[in-house]
Design a protein around this ligand. Sequence first.
Ligand code: G4F
Length: 343
Amino acid sequence: MKRALITGITGQDGSYLAEYLLTKGYQVWGLMRRTSLDPLLRINDLTVTRRINILYGNLRDSASIQRAIEESQPNEIYNLAAQSDVGISFKVPEETMEVNYYGLGRLVNEAMKINSQVRIYQASTSEMFGKTKPPQNENSHFAPVSPYGEAKLKAHEDFVKGYRNTHGLYICSGLLFNHESPKRGEHFVTRKITISLAKIKLGLQDSFALGNLEAKRDWGYAGDYVRAMHLMLQQDSPDDYVIATGESRSVRDFVEAACRALDMKITWSGKGLDEVAKDKDGKTILTIRKEFYRPAEVDYLLGDSTKAREKLGWKPEVDFNGLVAMMAKSDLDFFRKENHTRG
Ligand code: G4F
């Protein structure tokens, strides 16, 4: 039976990956930062949680990483822990570098000391492409514009490519484009939109505010993307792969698709910071606020995942409209039930 250690087990990807590996017959360990909250409350699918072995530790602490690896004796390590919020990374650049760059350094060094044959997956990101023109693939130039993108790129160059070439470590970078789901953190734009619109539809909220509506992202479904992570570690030799749908939409498109999924009609008016969206009764439900713009923006991401499709046999199952509808309906159901229980 294979053994996997997942850092960042409580996040969206950690939760989908754990679930997937359990269906493949793996024993799963999850590295988790200690907080006052019960771990069972932090991973929302309890049937999965009960089958995961939780180890306390974090990427800032080499001793805790060493202990976790010794205890779990993994064949595969999935490094999903990160300061993953791009907007916040402008406010906490050192913390971002500490976790996203040095954190991987600690992990690979501890892993190599204990078992140099271990296979490691590193969560790299399309944010590393930054201003590079789309479509982006494994050969595209990296030009990050955020502390988050810079830390991830440095980790990719020093610890993925560096340790693979110099030490022969089996380590892969998944250059994952944005991937979302009903489990997505609420501060990411997709979930912020689906939660806000669901609440507005139910009369629980009047309006919400966004930043840049024109940024384009290649949005896929997280459940599809964890299959690619696993496939990368099953190959004869380690490599890097772009994982994306090949379809790019703007934040504005996402809002419109979520409104369609929830059967809400909206009309846009005004420009720039004065732009608003109104509902069918003429009530403003969406405004634009400067504080949600970033100091530097990645304008256009569109991934070319031909290599993953050909070499790994991977392809996404959920398309853009399917993803938006899944998220919007899940939030609508949740708040409807919650409101009913409270009422
Ligand atoms: O949802 P976002 O915060 O995701 P972003 O920055 O693309 O990063 C995500 O995807 C990366 C892969 O490319 C990951 F590496 C990273 O960890 C994370 O998962 O923002 C998407 C877009 C941006 O252009 C942002 O400026 O939405 C725009 N946006 C407009 N209004 C907003 C908002 N983003 C957020 N979070 N909140 C807003 O109100």
